[in-house]
Design a protein. Structure first.
Length: 83
């Protein structure tokens, strides 16, 4: 099995953009599997400070998106017991 992984992080003021891309290639029982995976996070981050209590609350509001490529395995044939 071989896999490549890429990660990209960008920050601008209070906005964070994080992207992960993973590409895998494997051979299982003489079939070739190619799988791609992409995950992206978009985050807005803000630190609230409360003067009366001298407290702090770090808040993150965002969206997490994932995408997987389609995989169609071989069909199973019960009569022959094979894929």
């Amino acid at each position: 099995m071989a896999a490549l992984s890429f990660r990209n992080e960008m920050k601008a003021w209070k906005f964070h953009l994080v992207s992960d891309v993973i590409v895998q290639k494997a051979v299982i029982r003489m079939c070739l599997i190619f799988h791609g995976y992409d995950q992206g996070r978009r985050i807005f981050e803000h630190l609230f400070r409360f003067k009366s209590t001298n407290g702090k609350v770090n808040t993150q509001l965002g969206v997490d998106v994932s995408y997987n490529t389609l995989y169609y395995p071989y069909a199973y044939m019960p009569a022959t017991g094979r894929f």
